[in-house]
Structure formats: structure tokens, C-alpha cells
Design a protein around this ligand. Structure first.
Ligand SMILES: C[S@@+](CC[C@H](N)C(=O)[O-])C[C@H]1O[C@@H](n2cnc3c(N)ncnc32)[C@H](O)[C@@H]1O
Length: 277
């Protein structure tokens, strides 16, 4: 789970586990990402790179993973990136000759995409929208991808998957990464205290940070591995791979609760490779 970064005088939100529906999750997360985009990009921007495609805190790069296919086959492909943040992945896709569209819920994250664009180039359409209501015609894209964008945060992942399926052309792929479900059983700590099971893996109650009036200001949703597989199938996709990147020796950097210590023992990221037949 993301560590909250406070505005200077804002009261500390309360972290709890409780229900949060589609509307509340979307509203809370749009606000959280708008408020925290600056700090997020300062903290993680160097690791992400302006125009790299990194699938998660382990640092697995699409250059080596080729989960969207061989880079030389990306040329001319229409690609939708969902929860694109500052659109680093889309910039890498554009450099391969693809035609990416970067979509995100947060206006501030997309402003960072514009900021980077002005520096290093790589123009692409930026769209502010919710992943659960994609503003595109049926069959608009050859590929879709999402590196920790949207899927960990939405209350109804099947709705997102169905909509991604709708906007993909037959034969297209959707590859998305999320927090590995096993992490929900452990405290979100990078050190040894993060290695003892502290909660039930089977408890799907969302993680919610709420203000002093009980309004959610940040929400993450837990799905077990089995839930995610069923969601992919219910969304109309065929699951062709489930990648659990191992922590590589070169990566000594911690990212919240993701760390070399834990990454060598338990998976931190799950990447689902789905085909729209
Ligand atoms: C962890 S960031 C991932 C972005 C980028 N891949 C990165 O690694 O920085 C999650 C992104 O998902 C976006 N997001 C959260 N919920 C969303 C939703 N329902 N629809 C679209 N984007 C969403 C957030 O605004 C944020 O930019």
C-alpha cells in the first residue's frame, strides 16, 4: 500500500479496512493522486525514468520482458496505457514507433506527463478519465497495458477488464501489473517486520484511509490470485501468462514496503498477460 504523503497542515488520515464502492474509490483516489502526484514523481521519477517501461518496484523492464511482444512488432500499433501516471511507459512505446494514448484519472499526474514531454519530447494524446468508463470507440486499440495503474485501486475490476476488452481489436493483448496478492497478508514494511503474516490473505476488505469525517481519501482493493484469474476470464480475456518478477541483484532501492529483503523471499508484483481472442 502507498504511504500517504501529507499536505503541510492536513490532519493525519485514519487507516482502516472497510467497504468502499466504485464511486467512493474513484473519487478518493483521484483526490489522492492529484494531491500526491508531485511528491510521487520526486520520489520515484528517477527510478521510473522519463521514457522507460518499468512494470513495478522490482524494476522489470519491458525491454527484457517483452510481455507486449517483441519491441520491433510495436511499430504502428495503437496502444492504450491505463493509469499512465506521467506516461513514462507510453513515451517508451512511442520511441518504438507505437501510437500510445496515455489515460489517467489524475489531472496532476497528466500535468507531469506534459512537463516531461516538454523536456524530452515524445508527444501523445493524454486523456483524463476513469478506467471503468473508457472514452473510446469499440476496437480502437491493438494493445493495452497498465503498470500498477487503476487495477489495484478500482472496486469493480471486471468492469474495467470488460471495457478494455471492448476497446481492443481481436487478437489484442492487455498486460497489467498489480501488487502481488500475497503481500496483503504481510505488514507493508520493507524490513524484517514485513516478513510475518499479520492478516488473512482471504480478507477482501479494502484498505481505506479516511479523513476525520469518515470520507475515504485513499483506497486500495485486494483480490486473491484466484479472484484475479476469474476477473480476467469474466472480462472476456484468455490468460496466457502470470509473471511474478524476482527481485534482481542490481536493484538495491526500496519502494515503500517493496525491498530487496522481502523481494528475495516473497513476490511483490503480479503481471497478468491477457489475450482478447
Ligand atoms: C502507481 S501509479 C502507476 C503509474 C505509472 N505506471 C507509474 O509507475 O508511475 C497509479 C496510477 O493509476 C491512476 N489511477 C488510479 N485509479 C484510476 C482509475 N480508476 N482510472 C484511471 N487511472 C487511475 C493514478 O492516478 C496513478 O497515476
Amino acid at each position: 500500500m502507498e504511504r500517504i504523503i501529507q499536505e503541510p497542515d492536513a490532519p493525519e488520515p485514519e487507516a482502516t479496512r472497510r467497504a468502499a464502492d466504485v464511486t467512493e474509490s474513484s473519487r478518493a483516489n483521484r483526490g489522492w493522486w492529484d494531491r500526491n502526484a508531485d511528491e510521487y514523481q520526486i520520489e520515484h521519477g528517477t527510478f521510473l525514468g522519463d521514457d522507460r517501461f518499468v512494470w513495478g518496484p522490482e524494476g522489470l523492464d519491458e525491454v527484457e520482458a517483452e510481455l507486449l511482444g517483441p519491441p520491433e512488432e510495436l511499430k504502428g500499433k495503437d496502444v492504450l496505457e491505463i493509469g499512465a501516471g506521467a506516461a513514462q511507459c507510453s513515451r517508451w512505446l512511442a520511441a518504438q514507433g507505437a501510437r500510445p494514448v496515455a489515460l489517467d484519472l489524475s489531472h496532476r499526474q497528466l500535468q507531469h506527463a506534459l512537463r516531461i514531454q516538454e523536456g524530452v519530447g515524445g508527444r501523445m494524446p493524454l486523456v483524463q478519465a476513469d478506467a471503468g468508463a473508457l472514452p473510446f470507440a469499440d476496437g480502437s486499440f491493438d494493445l493495452a497495458c497498465s503498470a500498477y495503474g487503476a487495477l489495484p485501486f478500482v472496486a469493480d475490476p471486471v468492469r474495467v477488464l470488460r471495457d478494455v476488452h471492448r476497446v481492443l481489436r481481436p487478437g489484442g493483448r492487455f498486460v497489467f501489473s498489480v501488487t502481488h496478492p500475497i503481500r496483503w497478508a504481510f505488514p507493508d514494511e520493507p524490513g524484517p517486520e514485513g516478513l510475518s503474516v499479520a492478516a488473512s490473505y482471504f480478507d477482501r476488505t479494502p484498505y481505506v484511509e479516511q479523513d476525520d469525517e469518515g470520507r475515504a481519501v485513499y483506497v486500495e482493493h485486494h483480490r486473491t490470485i484466484g479472484d484475479r484469474v476469474r476477473d480476467v476470464v469474466a472480462g472476456g480475456f484468455r490468460l496466457v501468462d502470470l509473471v511474478e518478477p524476482q527481485w534482481p541483484a542490481w536493484n538495491t532501492q526500496e519502494w515503500g514496503g517493496w525491498s530487496p529483503l522481502r523481494g528475495n523471499l516473497i513476490p511483490g508484483t503480479a503481471i497478468f498477460v491477457c489475450v482478447r481472442d
